[in-house]
Write a protein that binds this ligand. Structure first.
Ligand SMILES: [Mn+2]
Length: 316
């Protein structure tokens, strides 16, 4: 059973910690990296030895965060998980460091409480909002690189301030980060306005498979393993295509199916209005949120499609 702690206690524990290893979740996003990055710079400013570990490769576009990646040359004395809701999200490569997770800083309501102590703030749009408060309490200067890291975490977890988790406080913190030097124009360009050629290639293929159902209120597209491999698109780059079908005017259920290495299909459902994506996926052994959910199919494409559409029909 984990001990739930507040910001002051978190600060105190970090203050006593030495040789700190910050661990991010697998398939790292802007929040886990930005939160860990800002915390790294803040703890370094306090003279501590600190490094970051992530079981997956970190995309080059995050180079501006100046992350100090762990090189294995010293033994971690204190392990902190940042933005990681459950132990299965660390990825296999991290397993050696997980004998004891001393502290977890997170905002996921589903946090499993696997760490010795947990600083959980469920109404934060991003873990970066929590780190922002911690740095403020540390009494150190918020540098530009810290502000860039935190702005990245907040803007990516809110879909650039568009998702329902965005609060007035989110905007206030973002405004303060702008004052503290966050280069929001460049960051927004890197994070939201640019795509790799491989990503565009896979989008083109996926769109060539686009089909409509139920009076055009449901749109479905898919990509096969062979197509994914042909474009050379990275997994991290593939996640975002799931928002495409739902963007189409009049569509309330958007479905994206992509074939995994095992041959099975990963199905992502995005909805709007009062249609519950989680209900659709839960009926098929998956889960998620009201507007975004997923499940996996071991059958062939046509069977998987038919099963998903049968569930959509019940909800639409
Ligand atoms: Mn997050």
């Amino acid at each position: 059973m984990t001990e739930r702690i507040d910001l002051a206690k978190t600060l105190q524990m970090l203050g006593q910690a030495e040789d700190i290893l910050l661990i991010c979740h697998k398939n790292p996003d802007g929040d886990t990296l930005g939160s860990a990055g800002a915390l790294q710079h803040a703890l370094q400013a306090q003279g501590k030895r600190v490094a970051i570990f992530c079981s997956d490769k970190i995309a080059e576009k995050y180079g501006y965060m100046q992350l100090a990646l762990y090189d294995g040359s010293w033994e971690p004395g204190y392990v902190v998980a940042v933005d990681v809701a459950g132990i299965q999200l660390f990825g296999e490569a991290a397993s050696g460091y997980l004998k004891r997770v001393d502290l977890c800083i997170d905002h996921h309501p589903s946090n499993a409480g696997y760490a010795e102590a947990t600083m959980l703030e469920e109404d934060s749009a991003a873990t970066a909002e929590i780190i922002y408060q911690l740095i403020g309490m540390m009494g150190i200067e918020m540098t530009k690189v810290m502000a860039d890291c935190l702005y990245t975490g907040i803007s990516t977890d809110t879909g650039c301030f568009k998702f329902t988790n965005t609060t007035p406080r989110t905007h206030r913190i973002a405004a303060e980060l702008m004052e503290q030097g966050a280069d929001f124009v460049r960051l927004n360009e890197v994070l939201f306005e640019s795509k790799s050629q491989q990503r565009l290639a896979i989008e083109r293929i996926a769109l060539s498979h686009l089909e409509y159902h139920f009076d055009n209120r449901c749109a479905l597209m898919y990509v096969t393993r062979e197509e994914i491999e042909r474009t050379g698109v990275e997994n991290s780059d593939l996640e975002g295509i799931t928002s495409i079908p739902r963007m189409i005017e009049g569509v309330v259920v958007g479905i994206t199916m992509r074939q995994l290495e095992s041959g099975s299909y990963k199905v992502s459902v995005r909805t709007s209005g009062n249609i519950d994506a989680c209900k659709i996926c839960a009926a098929l052994g998956g889960g998620g949120h009201i507007r975004a959910a997923g499940c996996e199919f071991f059958g062939n494409l046509e069977n998987a499609k038919a099963a998903v559409l049968a569930e959509v029909k019940k909800q639409i």
